[in-house]
Write a protein that binds this ligand. Structure first.
Ligand code: G4P
Length: 520
């Protein structure tokens, strides 16, 4: 790619990131404090309040309220000046924390350039953190670690650091060190400057004064000994995903958050080149390109619209410009794109690589679509995951077949479920990676499509996309039609009774691959 621009390009000031964590580690609290720090909102606590108000507007989202979890993810943009760096724009992509909804979360991680991993100081690495970390590793997404809740009694610092290093096979480089924790919490030592910042109680002004004092003698030796043995920070190793800088703090008490945001501004990567069938696409390329990583319906109950979330990969997007979605093949004019500022949705006039724009549409845009000016680029790497739960859909009113088909197509386009149409028989099968998605499905079928349905166990345990030459696939299909279905794109899927079934077929059919993910 030839027409790239130097680092003064507008996208060099973008930091597009997500927070990954196990539920309860403090992601919501940290998000609030980051937005507060970025000047996006004025009162902490508003993220939750606003979220609740927004959720209350939509029928199907009652599930969220009942369960007290967030099934939707959103985008928050805020900006701040940094000395020597200038204006930095942060795009924080929120990921649902509930473990049932990981597929959506995985896709969101395809649209970020880096991640913050929040760990509870008392609990260390928890299962969901590990899963999400693995997705980041697969894509070499660099990670800054934030060890939260140091205002409470936690585990010894070196124990947490070693756990991150061992559990995730990652070099850890502490950037700060809590001086005492819980009842004897004295503050946080910045290892680079050797100074300690002390909390002044809960009501400390966020960006207000911080006292720097030498470390109390009783902690000095422990800290000096403790940090020995950990590597120094190395920007290259961090950006390659081999090393994580570790910060300590308390989201609740606004402590260590300013240092964290400073680190994102200074070390987190600006928009990275993205893989495509045509080679990597550099953010400096002139052509406007992007990909859809999420589609969300009913954000505004007044309009039964959908918003497709596009990550801009290259070029300067301007309102009203024509882009061609890869699945559609003909251009659409993007007249009312939306930028997601924390206060409200705003109409975007211009966006840069790294930015996320929301494109209202009526179902034309699908997860995985590439949008571009020339329709020559196809981004890769947006995975569909093999469902872990398969169910047959049974209509309460059999005359509603058509509505059901439309609903299943729509909802699979949105990525809420995956749908499989068996070669034999008329009962459609839905696949999900978590139980919660099934509740969402039933609830939305009723609320939005007026279709009453029940889910029955399916005689299958998992599904694999079958890939190979046309002949090999056709041969396989001939002998296995009872276990064969098509996904919504018409691609062949093997419905397996067990994991054993998959390995058996793999052994018998060495020319085929049985893939647990499908990249679109
Ligand atoms: P999540 O989004 O990762 O699920 O976590 P969330 O921010 O909702 O935080 C989970 C709980 O941990 C909340 O308490 C929150 O107040 C608390 N918490 C977050 N950061 C810190 C911290 O730095 N120190 C301490 N001590 N607690 C922290 P909760 O009682 O479940 O909810 P709430 O009633 O306080 O909202």
């Amino acid at each position: 790619m030839t027409d790239s621009t130097p680092d003064t390009a507008p996208h060099a000031s973008r930091r597009t990131f997500a927070i990954i964590s196990h539920p309860d580690a403090g992601k919501t609290t940290l998000t609030e404090k980051l937005l507060l720090n970025g000047g996006a909102i004025h009162l902490a606590g508003e993220v939750k309040a606003r979220g609740a108000a927004r959720r209350a507007r939509s029928d199907w989202m009652k599930i969220e309220q009942q369960r007290g979890i967030s099934v939707t993810s959103s985008v928050m943009t805020f900006a701040r000046e940094f000395e020597g760096l200038g204006h930095i724009t942060f795009n924080l992509l929120d990921t649902p924390g509930h473990e049932d909804f990981s597929e959506d979360t995985y896709r969101t991680l395809t649209a970020v350039d880096s991640a913050i991993m929040v760990i509870d100081a008392a609990k260390g690495i928890e299962p969901q953190t590990r899963k999400l970390f693995e997705v980041c590793r697969m894509r070499n997404v660099p990670i800054i670690t934030f060890v939260n809740k140091v205002d409470r009694e936690g585990r010894p610092v070196y124990e947490i650091l070693d756990e991150v290093a061992d559990a995730l096979a990652l070099d850890v480089s502490p950037q700060s060190w809590p001086v005492g924790m819980g009842g004897i919490f004295e503050g946080i030592l910045d290892l680079a400057s050797g100074r300690i910042s002390r909390p002044e109680g809960d009501s400390r002004e966020f960006l207000g004064k911080v006292d720097y004092e030498p470390v109390p003698a009783e902690f000095a030796e422990e800290i000096e000994l403790g940090q020995m043995g950990y590597p120094e920070f190395d920007l290259e190793a961090y950006r390659a995903g081999d090393l994580t800088p570790v910060f300590f703090g308390s989201a609740l008490k606004n402590f260590g958050v300013a240092e964290l945001i400073e680190a994102i501004a200074r070390i987190a990567p600006p928009p990275r080149p993205q893989p495509s069938e045509q080679g990597t696409i550099d953010p400096g390329n002139k052509e406007v390109t992007g990909f859809i990583f999420k589609v969300q319906a009913n954000m505004d109950p007044m309009h039964r619209d959908r918003i497709a979330f596009m990550r801009l990969v290259s070029g300067t997007f301007k309102r009203g410009m024509k882009l061609t979605p890869s699945a559609l093949g003909k251009p659409i004019a993007v007249h009312s794109p939306i930028l997601f500022f924390a206060q409200d949705r705003e109409i975007a006039d211009e966006a840069q690589p790294g930015d996320i724009i929301g494109i209202p549409n009526h179902g034309t845009l699908r997860v995985g679509d590439t949008l571009s000016e020339t329709n020559k680029v196809r981004f890769t790497g947006l995975p569909n995951f093999a469902p872990e739960i398969l169910r047959r859909v049974q209509l309460k009113d059999p005359t509603k077949t058509k509505q059901l088909r439309k609903a299943l197509d729509d909802l699979s386009e949105e990525g809420v479920i995956q749908v499989f149409y068996p070669e034999i028989g008329s009962q459609w099968i839905v696949g999900v990676v978590g139980q919660l998605q099934l509740d969402v499905l039933i609830s939305r079928l009723e609320a939005e499509y007026k279709v009453g349905a029940m889910l029955e166990p399916a005689p299958f345990d998992t599904a694999r996309w079958v890939k190979g030459s046309d002949k090999a696939v056709a041969d396989f299909a001939e002998f296995n039609s009872a276990n064969l279905a098509k996904d919504r794109d018409g691609d062949p899927v093997f419905l397996a009774r067990s994991a054993w079934d998959v390995s058996y077929q793999q052994e018998r059919n060495p020319d085929l691959t049985f893939s647990a993910t499908k990249e679109r």
